[in-house]
Design a protein around this ligand. Structure first.
Ligand code: DC
Length: 227
């Protein structure tokens, strides 16, 4: 049987973790698990139901209603996320959700609920999972851990360009502000903050072209697979 490994990609907001994860998943026919999308899905549901973030009972009930569906689609090897039967893969990327998701991801019951789903998905190996606490907490035994980062201003410009293409009404300064805020909240929260795993390989893509970054990471995977 072909050897399969798990790949954990952690790092700052908007530095292209998802793009790299998707690339590696396509190259090696692995599953791409975007854990940020899971935190966004819960944020979306909280937002839809107008739940106060301090109301832990309401959040607990929401998580147990089974209205949030997070599944790996068999033929695409990617997540499909639905709320009450409606696909929300696009809706969870909107600024209203981006602005609240860091606070939601600080909530212990939300984290433990999602981490359990993530760990279950990684059991069979062959996943590329991206997030903030993947290499340190979710799959600390991942064979390859990558920690991605890039200059905040460069990240903001890339994200702003993406949102412009989708006609989202937002300024560059607002995007930068959101990124700086999320970096701070993600790195300083009490439970499973964003920190670099000691055995992670660092990938700073501020000055890298997409192809260069992909090449570097692919070599790391090949190295691990040949060990
Ligand atoms: O990767 P992203 O920007 O879509 O993630 C959205 C938010 O979810 C981010 O602000 C931090 C949080 N997150 C987290 O706390 N832990 C993860 N494993 C993934 C994301």
């Amino acid at each position: 049987m072909t050897k399969k490994i798990n790949i954990a990609i952690d790092g700052h907001s908007s530095c292209g973790k998802g793009t790299l994860a998707k690339y590696l998943a396509d190259q090696f026919e692995y599953c791409f698990i975007d854990t940020g999308a899971m935190y966004r899905a819960v944020t979306y549901a909280i937002h839809q139901e107008n739940i106060d973030l301090k109301d832990r009972d309401a959040i607990k009930t929401l998580l147990h209603t089974q209205n949030i569906s997070i599944e790996v689609v068999e033929n695409t090897h990617q997540l499909n996320i639905e709320y009450k039967g409606v696909n929300i893969n696009e809706a969870i990327r909107m600024p209203a959700i981006s602005n609240q998701v860091s606070q939601v991801s600080e909530i212990d019951i939300v984290r433990s609920y999602l981490v359990e789903i993530q760990q279950e998905m990684a059991l069979k190996k062959g996943v590329v999972m991206d997030g903030r606490d993947i290499g340190t907490h979710v799959i600390p035994d991942a064979e390859l851990k990558i920690f991605m980062t890039a200059d905040a201003k460069i990240r903001a410009q890339r994200r702003f360009d993406e949102l412009q293409k989708k006609d989202v009404n937002i300024t560059y300064d607002q995007v930068l502000e959101n990124i700086v805020f999320r970096d701070k909240t993600d790195s300083t929260r009490e439970i499973n903050p964003l920190i670099q795993a000691t055995d992670a390989k660092i990938l700073d893509n501020s000055e890298l072209k997409l192809e260069e970054q992909n090449y570097i990471a692919k070599q790391w995977v090949l190295e691990k697979l040949s060990q």
